[in-house]
Write a protein that binds this ligand. Structure first.
Ligand code: ATP
Length: 365
């Protein structure tokens, strides 16, 4: 089976013919190596440049700067058709007058695969996607969900592709079926082993599908990491806030060594940070804040929302709002509380970017 390592080297793209400043770039300069056989998700809000980056990889866009390599081959100016990739788009791309079987077989037949080989491969993919019952139905008779499954199947059927690119492939899928298809796609990746790149603005899709998630905002790749790394050690406040439900709390503070001060209130940190200059903030996830701590941060509880599995509490401390998660057994009254931060779970950010503890000072008081 074929697949490729994808190298992005000093890549940037402006739709503007004469970009004057960084703001004119839909994709700001980025370099990265995506390993072969891994599943990646490009995640970020609308307009952050995900599709631009995907289209550069597929060859629909030639970047204004930088190179793209599939293994050692420079494919920057090679057209899409010659890149040997499969693509699945937001909306189904199927031949309505063909049967499901013919749709799935199409790309294999075009490449001259023998009949027995085609039949074997089509059967495997049909079973994986739950299309085996409808193989001999005309595509036009099927629901939008089923058509998108055919589209996915058409993308997955070839074994000899360098990579499979998905652009928001579950948009038209019924919410109840999204979870099922997400799980199927993940297990398809494990079974087929292709390099896969999946564009989405939905963190649940990204985190459940990908080995590594590439988080983007305003044309910039902010972090590429495992779901765990994005959760535990976000490289930027945007990543902290964007990942998680609710996202990380980011509070304006001053830091001196292993102490942060929020309007004069001490918050002890798990590490020693020196005296960073610039816009200094700490990040703490709602999961890592407790109510009723001894000598905690005085806060006003504004609202309590029961979401079934747990409660989401919105509080305000020194004019800054924050969320915390409490067990749904806890009785919470609005009014004053004393918030405790799990010190080992506090991140420090300077000018938006993660700030590392001073070397050798871990756990210092
Ligand atoms: P969405 O989720 O809404 O598709 P995205 O993250 O995929 O968003 P892109 O489509 O890559 O974002 O767009 C990035 C930026 O480039 C946006 O500001 C968009 O308006 C701009 N842009 C995209 N395509 C073009 C184009 N053909 N010409 C000019 N500007 C474009």
């Amino acid at each position: 089976m074929r697949m490729a390592k994808i190298t992005l080297s000093n890549l940037a793209h402006a739709y503007h013919p004469n970009p004057a400043s960084e703001d004119d770039y839909a994709l700001k300069q980025t370099s990265h190596v995506w390993e072969d056989g891994k599943a990646y998700a490009l995640l970020g809000p609308s307009g952050c440049g995900k599709t631009t980056l995907l289209n550069i990889i597929s060859g629909l866009i030639t970047p204004s700067q930088g190179r793209v390599f599939f293994d050692d081959d420079d494919v920057t100016s090679i057209p899409t058709a010659q890149r040997n990739i499969a693509q699945v788009f937001q909306f189904p791309v199927v031949y309505d007058t063909m049967t499901v079987r013919e749709n799935l077989a199409f790309a294999l037949r075009n490449r001259g695969m023998d009949k027995a080989g085609i039949s074997r491969r089509v059967d495997i993919i049909a079973v994986m996607l739950g299309l085996e019952e409808t193989l001999d139905c005309k595509a036009r008779a099927l629901s939008a969900d089923a058509k998108q499954k055919i589209s996915l199947g058409r993308g997955l059927v070839r074994e000899d592709v360098n990579a499979i690119l998905f652009d928001e492939p579950l948009t038209v899928i019924d919410p109840a079926m999204k979870l099922e298809l997400r799980i199927q796609l993940k297990s398809l990746h494990n079974e087929l082993g292709h390099t896969m790149i999946y564009v989405t603005h939905d963190q649940t899709e990204a985190l459940s599908f990908a080995d590594e998630v590439v988080v983007m905002d305003k044309g910039r790749v902010l972090q590429t990491g495992t779901p765990e790394a994005l959760f535990e050690a976000p490289a930027h406040t945007f990543v902290g806030h964007f990942i998680g439900s609710p996202g990380m709390n980011v509070l304006d503070v001053t830091v001196d060594g292993s102490r942060a001060y929020l309007d004069g209130n001490l918050i002890k940190l798990g590490h020693h940070y020196g005296t960073p200059a610039g816009k200094v903030q700490i990040g703490i996830r709602p999961e890592h804040i407790s109510l009723n701590a001894t000598n905690g941060l005085p806060a006003q509880i504004l609202r309590v929302e029961d979401v079934g599995r747990h409660k989401i509490v919105r509080a305000q401390a020194m004019g800054q709002t924050l969320n915390l998660i409490a067990s749904n057994q806890t009785t919470i009254n609005t009014g004053m509380a004393s918030l405790g931060f799990e010190r080992g779970k506090i991140s420090v950010f300077v000018d938006g970017w993660r700030f590392s503890p001073s070397h050798g000072q871990e756990g210092a008081m």
